[in-house]
Design a protein around this ligand. Structure first.
Ligand SMILES: C[S@@+](CC[C@H](N)C(=O)[O-])C[C@H]1O[C@@H](n2cnc3c(N)ncnc32)[C@H](O)[C@@H]1O
Length: 310
């Protein structure tokens, strides 16, 4: 159901207190252990990605843009800035708490009349009218969706004929690091045994699993094609991570939760390590985190664009 900002806020104020809004808690707090400095660093590092995704969307002043899995509206508000007075953004997320945050932000920015808000699963986008968007955007959302083909079908449904999709995802790479085993992404000499214990513990503990996306650029092309979208093109950006370190405070690092459903790093360490390995990890990993060393891991970023045939 697409509703006005005013109605949404009233409705969401009650809903978000009733539900266990894990997505909201994770995206606004647990992901970076509640560290505001890390949050600012993380957003700054994502600006070039957002701008590239929006460049590729080829926005026109009066477009209606649907930002799927908008979170706190990082891409959605970025798109709104690029549109003219006639342009509008539909903010979508599964989390009512996150949509609530977008509503408040739109009020602070004085742009509520150009925004609407839809709480819905990306797999059906229920409540977003068919053929109502000129552009659909999504940054790092599909990796959290169980049925990506369904999400592409929903996107094809809500785009107008001639409408464009521009999305960004981190995709699977064959190998994440070169050389030594890693501990939470860091190559830390002397911690091979501890790294193996953490790996083994994550494999067997519930939902803890790997941080690795399971799909790649070919999957994205196939899903776009299956949904009937045309001219699908993926640009792949393959690199060693070069961005600056985000988390440099050891207690925030320990409190951080890599995925919404995973344990915190502190919980992983206490589950996986004996007292001796705990001391080793603190002695070796902590200085690296506090010095702001960047985990040297290989990442592959995919930018997909596609068009709904006119
Ligand atoms: C990594 S965050 C990205 C947020 C935002 N796109 C950005 O660029 O800052 C993933 C977002 O996807 C949302 N999400 C996860 N599963 C979803 C689903 N099935 N349908 C809609 N949104 C979903 C989460 O609530 C969260 O806001």
């Amino acid at each position: 159901m697409e509703v006005s900002a005013e109605k949404t806020e009233t409705a969401l104020a009650s809903v978000s207190h009733m539900t266990d809004d894990r997505w909201c808690r994770w995206w606004t707090h647990d992901r970076l252990g509640g560290d505001q400095t890390a949050e600012r660093r993380s957003s700054a590092a994502l600006v070039p990605i957002r701008e590239r995704l929006l460049d590729r969307a080829r926005l026109r002043p009066a477009d209606v843009v649907l930002d799927i899995g908008t979170g706190t509206g990082f891409v959605g508000f970025g798109a709104l800035k690029r549109l003219g007075e006639e342009g509008r953004v539909i903010f979508n997320d599964l989390s009512s708490g996150l949509i609530d945050t977008c509503v408040r932000r739109s009020e602070q920015l004085g742009v509520t009349d150009r925004c609407s808000f839809v709480v819905a699963d990306a797999q059906d986008l229920a409540g977003v009218e068919s053929e109502s968007a000129d552009v659909a955007t999504a940054r790092s959302v599909l990796c959290y969706v169980a049925d990506q083909a369904a999400a592409f079908a929903a996107i094809a449904r809500v785009l107008r004929p001639g409408g464009r999709l521009s999305l960004f995802e981190t995709i699977h790479v064959r190998q994440l690091a070169v050389g030594a085993p890693t501990m939470f992404g860091y190559v830390v000499p002397g911690l091979d045994r501890a790294a193996a214990s953490v790996e083994a513990w994550l494999r067997t503990s519930t939902e803890g699993g790997s941080d690795q996306p399971t799909f790649d650029e070919i999957d994205l092309l196939v899903w776009a094609d299956m949904a009937g979208l045309a001219d699908a093109i993926v640009d792949v950006d393959l690199r060693f991570t070069t961005s600056a370190a985000v988390l440099t405070d050891w207690s925030a690092f320990l409190a951080s939760r890599p995925r919404p459903w995973s344990p915190t790093i502190r919980e992983i360490m206490s589950g996986a390590l004996d007292a001796q390995d705990m001391t080793n990890v603190e002695d070796r990993l902590r200085p690296m985190v506090e010095r702001g060393e960047v985990p040297r891991r290989i990442q592959s970023f995919a930018y997909l664009t596609a068009v709904k045939a006119a």
